[in-house]
Structure formats: structure tokens, C-alpha cells
Ligand binder design. Structure first.
Ligand code: SAM
Length: 297
């Protein structure tokens, strides 16, 4: 696995695992955060780790699961179902929840997943391959208006209309490279110096294919509901739409007296971390503690 964990020390410091604590990693990926939670909660801590991508679970089964055995419970499911799943495993409340959103570097660079225009692949983008909606379905079957709409809403793309029109004209679009070239032709080069012109279009498609923002809202509710008093949730997000949802959800829970914020402003990676891992540059982490007065159900 190539994925390098983002804000690893900062998130584990905020969660401060105890030796017999129960932790849930909502986003297992390559297992960096889960491993650290297991190491820091040794010898008796338990980590329940979710990933909707079967390949992340299979990788963990052959690696960290062998090392940590019964202390690690792997769940191949959407974290939006975490409340029911964790309770069904016999845990009523937990000491900490880790959420490191988005896709892993392994998913991004995997030749057959279609998440990135850096690799020419079929337009898939599903984290969970059992789901029917793919990026190819959207670009080849949805109406111009609907495509324009998702580009506006999920990537705040200024050239959404022009891109949608050219996508519909160029059908059928079968590969990531083909889509990236179409988008490139629609946007003025000088406006996209820091990111590739297709970055926003790919982000919007990925969010829709995986219903990412709805999952996030449900996941945040599940995380807060699962926490014991004094338990901590840490969420790392990678773009403004995600961060806004996290910020607003925590603000609402704070107003209801359920949680308090550990940090008023989001924690961001150091220059040193960004120099080592470029993917970290857009990361923002928000952490909250459950109030003692709010009884964990
Ligand atoms: C950024 S990676 C996590 C990396 C991990 N923290 C590490 O250190 O290796 C995000 C992972 O979360 C998974 N994921 C994203 N949204 C999910 C959801 N709603 N439910 C379950 N897993 C999800 C993705 O499949 C991906 O493997």
C-alpha cells in the first residue's frame, strides 16, 4: 500500500487512546490510523474499522489483522451504518472515532478504479463496487442539465455549463483520459495553474457516485451518538464542501450542549508534512469531545 496517513500524530494525540479503550476507525484505507490506535491502546484496546471498499478490508485481513488478531474487528460497510453495526457487535458506546475522508492513494492510483485522470482507466469511481452507479453512467446517460448541476453543486465549477455541453456532445466517453481532455478544452488554461482543469469535474463525479456528502452527514451523527462521555471524534476533510458539513454539524451539536470543540480553528498539516506528502496540503482536521452531561445511549 502506498497511502501515507495524514495528520496521524495530531489525530492520535487528540483521541489519546487508553489501554482498554474501544475505538472506531470509520475509514480504514491502508490502515495507518487504525494501526496507531491499536498500538496506543495496547494491550487490550479494541478497534472496529470500517471501509466500504472490499479491497481495503482484504488488505487489512492479510496484514494488521494477523498482527492484532481479536483486537481488530473489520467491517466492510458504509460508515453511515456505524451506529447499528457497532451496537450489533455488542458495543454500546466507544471512546473515540476517527474519520479520514475521501479516497486513499491506493484507490487513486489503482489502474482499474477510474478515480484519477493520471491513470487511463474505465470511468468507474465506485468505492463500493457492488453499487450500480458509475461515473460512466453519469457522463453517458444523465441529461446535460443534471451534469451541469452536479458540477456546480459538488465542485463549484465556473465552467459547468460549457463542460456539460461538451460532455454530452462527445458521447460515448469511456475513459478517464478522454474525459480529462474534454474538460481541458472547455476551461481557460491560465485560470487553472495550481490544479489540473479536470480536478473539479472528477471531484464532483466522485462525490455523486459515492453519495459522499450524505454518508458524511449520517456518519457524523453516528459518531457523536456512539461516543461515551469524554470520548473524542476527529474528522479530517479534504475540500470545502466536506469541511463545511463537519463544521456545521459540530456547531449544531455544540449548541445543543452535546459536545465541545477541542480546537476552534481546524488543525492543518505542518509545512514539513506537506513537503513529504503533497496530498496533505488540503487537509483540515476538526476534533470534538462529548460532554459528560450527555448520556451515551
Ligand atoms: C483517506 S482513506 C483513509 C486512510 C487511512 N486513514 C490510513 O491512514 O491509511 C479513506 C478510506 O475511507 C473509505 N471510505 C470513504 N468513505 C467511506 C464511507 N462512507 N464508508 C466507509 N468507508 C469509506 C475509502 O474507501 C478509503 O479507503
Amino acid at each position: 500500500m502506498k497511502h501515507v496517513s495524514v495528520l496521524l500524530d495530531e489525530s492520535i494525540f487528540a483521541i489519546s487512546p487508553k489501554e482498554n479503550g474501544i475505538y472506531v476507525d470509520f475509514t480504514l484505507g491502508a490502515g495507518g490510523h487504525a494501526r496507531m490506535l491499536l498500538e496506543k491502546s495496547a494491550p487490550e484496546g479494541i478497534v472496529i474499522a470500517f471501509d466500504r471498499d472490499k479491497s481495503a478490508i482484504e488488505y487489512a485481513q492479510n496484514t494488521i489483522k494477523r498482527e492484532f488478531q481479536d483486537r481488530l474487528i473489520l467491517v466492510n460497510d458504509n460508515f453511515s451504518n456505524a451506529l447499528a453495526v457497532v451496537k450489533s457487535l455488542g458495543f454500546n458506546a466507544v471512546d473515540g472515532v476517527m474519520m479520514d475522508l475521501g479516497v486513499s492513494l491506493d484507490q487513486l492510483t489503482s489502474k482499474d478504479r477510474g478515480f484519477s485522470f493520471a491513470e487511463d482507466a474505465a470511468l468507474d469511481m465506485r468505492m463500493d463496487k457492488t453499487k450500480p452507479l458509475t461515473a460512466a453512467k453519469i457522463v453517458n446517460e444523465w441529461s446535460e442539465k443534471d451534469i451541469e448541476n452536479i458540477l456546480r453543486v459538488y465542485s463549484e465549477e465556473r465552467f459547468a455549463g460549457r463542460i456539460a455541453r461538451n460532455i454530452v456532445k462527445a458521447r460515448p466517453i469511456m475513459s478517464t483520459k478522454q474525459l480529462a481532455e474534454i474538460v481541458e478544452m472547455c476551461v481557460p488554461r491560465n485560470l487553472y495553474k495550481r490544479i489540473h482543469p479536470a480536478t473539479r469535474t472528477f471531484q464532483a463525479l466522485r462525490i455523486v457516485v459515492n453519495d459522499e456528502l450524505e454518508s458524511l452527514k449520517k456518519g457524523l451523527d453516528a459518531a457523536v451518538a456512539l461516543l461515551k462521555p469524554s470520548g473524542v471524534v476527529c474528522v479530517i476533510s479534504f475540500h470545502s464542501l466536506e469541511d463545511r458539513i463537519v463544521k456545521n454539524a459540530f456547531r449544531d451539536y455544540k449548541q445543543k450542549g452535546v459536545i465541545r470543540l477541542i480546537n476552534k480553528k481546524p488543525i492543518i498539516p505542518t509545512k514539513g508534512e506537506i513537503a513529504k506528502n503533497r496530498r496533505a496540503r488540503s487537509a483540515k482536521m476538526r476534533c470534538v469531545v462529548k460532554n459528560k452531561t450527555e448520556d451515551a445511549k
